[in-house]
Design a protein around this ligand. Structure first.
Ligand code: DGL
Length: 273
């Protein structure tokens, strides 16, 4: 199949959280265009079954392919955990998720071989990090902890707040007791409360941000496949945003975290795909 190297990259998430991944792509791959889809009508994915998340993800991939993307980044950790394996087999363009890149860095950097992973209930219950990490480093001990209250706290804007610190202390206590030296922030929202997590875990625990690591993996993948966008192909509006609901709220959030002025988000009917 002939893929246009100047086509946009498709990035999708269950909602706004995947903007942390889009942000890293904007920062680290400035010559790439992006079509972002946030499934704001059906969020959260983290409390849903594999069948449901797979069905949603297939629809979104179909939509993104209709937009002519050259590659897809599943920015959502839950969709990466539950749907990426199946979708990869069905797709004729490159697709990556956010699990592998973070796991690779964590396996390479842990000294005491004790790695913590935090994420949604579905991501942690899937056991995907443990499987990937043990393949990379069989001696590693992986301690997973679901932190479902973090997402609503971030969406409420309580990034630096006593309540968020208290919740973090409670969730992270058992990871501290286990003596992990590396912690994977296995959910799109968590990089936004990184400083709170840092404060609770202390300076000696390495925090791995899969959003950043995935952007670098995308850069390497596009370069390997000769699909890197050319700088001069960059347009005036290189980033397009679509959601399944609440477009204005999405635009406001996007403008609060992106290094780019989002003027408009378009609402689409994802059930049609
Ligand atoms: N984007 C999801 C993830 O990274 C978190 C929000 C949700 O539960 O849908 O797992």
């Amino acid at each position: 199949m002939n893929i246009d190297r100047n086509a946009p990259v498709g990035v999708f998430d269950s909602g706004i959280g995947g903007l942390t991944v889009a942000r890293e792509i904007m920062r680290n791959l400035p010559s790439e265009k992006i079509v972002y889809f946030g499934d704001t009508a059906r969020v959260p994915y983290g409390s849903k079954s594999k069948d449901t998340v797979l069905r949603y993800s297939r629809q979104i991939v179909h939509f993104l392919k209709n937009q002519g993307v050259k590659a897809i980044v599943v920015a959502c950790n839950t969709a990466s955990a539950l749907a990426l394996g199946d979708i990869k087999k069905e797709l004729d363009i490159p697709i990556i998720g956010v699990i592998d890149a973070g796991a690779k860095v964590a396996a390479a950097e842990t000294k005491n071989k004790k790695i913590g992973v935090i994420g949604t209930v579905a991501t942690i219950d899937s056991g995907i990090h443990e499987r990937v990490l043990k393949e990379l480093c069989p001696q590693v001990q992986v301690i997973g902890k679901a932190c479902p209250l973090f997402c609503p706290l971030v969406e409420e804007g309580w990034l630096h707040d006593d309540v968020t610190t208290k919740v973090a202390e409670r969730y992270l206590e058992e990871l501290k007791v286990c003596g992990i030296d590396t912690l994977i922030l296995g959910c799109t929202h968590y990089p936004l409360i990184r400083s709170t997590i840092r404060e609770v875990m202390g300076e000696n625990v390495r925090l791995v941000n899969p959003a950043y690591e995935t952007a670098l993996e995308l850069r390497d993948l596009l370069s390997e496949l000769d699909l890197t966008g050319q700088e001069n192909a960059q347009e005036e509006f290189p980033y397009r945003f679509y959601v399944s609901d609440l477009a204005e709220k999405f635009t406001d959030f996007a403008n609060s975290i992106l290094p780019y002025d989002v003027s408009m988000t378009q609402k689409i009917d994802i059930e049609k795909y």
